[in-house]
Structure formats: C-alpha cells, structure tokens
Design a protein around this ligand. Sequence first.
Ligand SMILES: Nc1ncnc2c1ncn2[C@@H]1O[C@H](COP(=O)(O)OP(=O)(O)OP(=O)(O)O)[C@@H](O)[C@H]1O
Ligand SMILES: [Mg+2]
Length: 265
Amino acid sequence: MARRKVYTPESDDVVISLRDVSKQYTKQAAAVTGANLEVREGEFVFVTGETGSGKSTLVKIIMHELKASSGEVNVLGYDLSRIGHGKIPRFRRNLGIVFQDFRLLKDRNVYENVAFAQRIIMVPSAQMKRNVLNMLDMVGMSDKYKRKVTQLSGGEQQRVALARALVNKPLILLADEPTGNLDADTAWEIMQLIDKVNRDYGTTVLVVTHDRSIVERMHKRVIEMKQGEIISDTPAKEEDIDEEEEIFEYQDVDADDLDNYDYDD
Ligand SMILES: Nc1ncnc2c1ncn2[C@@H]1O[C@H](COP(=O)(O)OP(=O)(O)OP(=O)(O)O)[C@@H](O)[C@H]1O
Ligand SMILES: [Mg+2]
C-alpha cells in the first residue's frame, strides 16, 4: 500500500496547529495557557514537563477528548473548535493513541485486541488478518497472537497496544507516557519501536514522557511545559533529520501463510 509522504526539512505540511490555546477545567488556574504549537507531517515530538504541567491536557485537546476553552486548534485540517459531532469518528480514525496503562481488552487474546480496531472500520476479513498479523510482526508479537493479554508482560502489552494503535495506519500517533509503567530497558525498546514507526511509515509522532534519559538519548524535538505553558521548544538535532528517506511499504504476509494461522478463539 502506498504510504504518505515522509517529513523532509523542506516540507511545510502542518498537521497539528495550536494558536493561543487555553484550557480551564475549573475557575482556578488554567491547565493549559496560551499554547502555540505547530507540528509538521512526519515529525517526532516529545512533550515533557513536571507533573501537573498540562501535558495530558494538551494531548486530550489534540485528540479532541477535550475542547479548548479558547484559541484555535487545527489537526489534519479539522478545526476542532468547530467540528460537528458527526465528523468526530472520521477525524479520530486518523489518530493512533497509546496510554501508559495499555488499555487492552483483558478478556480477549492478542490477535483480537488488534483486530478490534480493524473491525470498527469494517476491513474485509482476509485483509484484516493480513493487516493484524503484519502489525503484530512489526512489534515482535506475532508468535504470541493467541495469548490472553493478561498473560503478557507490561512491555508485551504495550507492544500489542502499539499494534492496535497503528493497524489502521493513522497519520498521527499520540502517546501519553507510553513507557511510564515499564522498566528502563523495556521503555527504551518501546521508544525505539515508536521511532521506527515514525521513520519507516512517516507517521507523525507526539510522545509525552517524564523520562529525561530517553529524551536526551533520542535527539528529537522537545516541547517543555510548566504550569500550563509551553516554556521551550527545542528542535531535533540536525544530523537526525533525514534529507530524504525511502518510504517503507507495509509488508504483505504471503497469502499461503495465512492458512497456517488459526483465528477462531
Ligand atoms: N478533569 C480535571 N478536572 C480538573 N482539573 C484537572 C483535570 N484534569 C487535570 N486537571 C488539572 O490540570 C492540570 C494539568 O493536568 P494534566 O493532567 O494535563 O498534567 P500532566 O502534565 O499530564 O501531569 P502528569 O505528569 O502528572 O500526568 C493539573 O493541575 C491538574 O490537576
Ligand atoms: Mg499526564
């Protein structure tokens, strides 16, 4: 399947745009104040900052789980201050979302957790099997496709959650503390996987994290928040921006191989 354009420094396709955005939950201090942010197609952005600084609120505004109290929010061309109710599902289809606590369906197996996302958009069954297995393969979980998610480690659960977030090929991946419940090595593995998704598929990535060592090692653009404000925006290190990258095609499992998998449980 043809894939979207990969970000190049010349590209100016803004996919997330916040203009003077504020969010006030109560009459007390605002959770987000006067946030201005532009994220271009194919970028990888970290959002950091102390607890309570407004990171999750910012992510919720971008995914339209929350409406900003003021300001302009535009994501993938959707004006989120004006978007009609009926258009929200179509908007959300472009987003892959990953949380700290995985949020998998505990009574289903690995395969079903990922397939669930495909069923929502009514992908035909043969295609769905291919997509799910490809994505489980990408995150290194295809050999455990029949395993109950309660029988997986935290890192494995997050791999499955990532596969579920990506199987519908979203344009943007939003991850709020995706490694918050994982040990350092597992956290690094998950972050490398997210980096691979960004590089290989050209998916725009926004990751909230507390983990300073990961942020320092990865040399990506970093937004820092403090008391609801974006206090700094540090660009990615030059050498890590690829001039031009080959676009990765989603691999197809050989049709004959599909018969070797048994889905009915
Ligand atoms: N539903 C809510 N109702 C009222 N206040 C809220 C609500 N959610 C968050 N807040 C407040 O808004 C501020 C920002 O919260 P937010 O969850 O965005 O911070 P955060 O940076 O994600 O913190 P953490 O690192 O602990 O996850 C905090 O002061 C918080 O108490
Ligand atoms: Mg948070």
